[in-house]
Design a protein around this ligand. Structure first.
Ligand code: KG4
Length: 339
């Protein structure tokens, strides 16, 4: 089954063609980083407008690269939640028109479920059940994936996503947007023990997370140093931040896997590209007898293939959208509000 999939929830426009979920035939991505960099973050209206400009071209290019004709597309899948609402609407409307024109079913996909599905593409042997750690620019959560279309969120961030914490810390360090990968690169030569940074512990749910205190601590540290004219070891601050985020995420994800009896732990989302987090996950998984599944860097960030993959499993489960499909800025991954 060939699926044309569309992703436009933030600052990447992506269109992919996949066969039977896990085989990627084409995966076209247009990154808007150059558009948003001068503003130090994503400007929602500019994001929507950029999606409008490139989305049809990406679909044509995906078809060309896959060597497919339009008539060979069996269904269209699209991210309809969560995300920047204007941005998501562009993808939803494009996908709706494509499905109508091609006369094929339209499959609504939750963005977080798509991130998890990136691991199915990367690891052909991976099947539910497993525990998933999803860490991105807008979301941070730990979920129990019982089946391809059935999951329970065990814990999530109460405030900022880990990616937001990286991006705002990078901004105050003058590294630019998006900052996660830049912090990671700077951190390679730093001492992760140099700056003690806070790791939150939330009493009522051991799997919930919080990153706003950590973000504020980094911002205050940088401002204090500036005001006192003290030199800052930027590489060590970046390394200390990576360690703090990792120390917050990894023990919770492992504890969740153990508590649910999972033998498998998967990590996904843009922040799962972080080298400190990947190393810590590898170590913790080995120490706790867990099989670890990491999405490759190319599939950690937003992409269309992951939406096509999850769309395939949603299709098999009978999920379809009508011509009235809408978009949602927020929606829990385990309580879908669409068809
Ligand atoms: O998954 P993604 O592309 O978009 C969302 O769905 O949000 O994630 C983007 C986030 C940004 O916050 C970016 O700074 C972060 O992922 N990121 C990283 C790294 N690479 C990307 N954060 C930490 N370390 C990295 N190597």
């Amino acid at each position: 089954m060939i699926i044309l999939s569309v992703e436009s929830s933030c600052d990447e426009t992506a269109v992919a063609l996949t066969r039977d979920g896990r085989e990627v035939l084409a995966d076209e991505i247009f990154s808007q980083i150059d558009i948003h960099t001068i503003y130090g973050g994503v400007v929602p209206e500019l994001a929507s407008r950029a999606h409008v400009e490139v989305i049809a071209r990406l679909a044509e290019s995906a078809l060309r690269k896959a060597g497919l004709r339009r008539e060979e597309i069996d269904a269209v899948a699209v991210t309809c939640a969560p995300g920047l609402i204007g941005a998501v609407l562009v993808g939803v409307n494009f996908a709706k028109a494509a499905a109508l024109a091609l006369g094929v079913p339209l499959i609504p996909v939750h963005h977080i479920r798509g991130h998890i599905a990136a691991n199915y593409i990367a690891h052909p042997e991976l099947e539910p059940p497993f525990t998933a750690l999803v860490v991105s620019g807008g979301n941070t959560l730990i979920a129990q994936v019982r089946d391809y279309t059935d999951l329970t969120i065990l814990g999530s961030t109460r405030d900022d996503a880990a990616g937001e914490c990286f991006d705002k810390s990078a901004r105050v360090l003058g590294l630019g947007y998006p900052g996660g990968a830049k912090i990671d690169a700077l951190a390679q030569t730093g001492d992760p023990e140099k700056y003690p940074l806070p790791i939150s512990h939330l009493a009522d749910n051991p799997y919930d997370l919080s990153f706003s205190g950590l973000k504020t601590a980094v911002i205050n540290l940088v401002h204090n140093a500036e005001q006192k004219g003290e030199a800052l070891d930027r590489a060590s601050l970046a390394a200390s931040l990576c360690r703090a985020v990792s120390d917050s995420l990894v023990p919770r994800a492992v504890a969740a896997a153990k508590a649910t009896g999972s033998k498998r732990l998967a990590a996904a989302g843009g922040v799962a590209a972080n080298s400190f987090i990947r190393r810590a996950l590898e170590k913790a998984a080995a120490e706790n007898g867990l099989s670890l599944y990491l999405a490759p860097l190319s599939l950690c960030g937003d992409n269309g293939a992951m939406i096509g993959c999850q769309g395939y499993y949603e299709y098999l489960a009978g999920r379809r959208a009508g011509t009235d499909l809408n978009a949602w800025a927020t929606m829990p991954a385990d309580r879908l509000l669409f068809a």
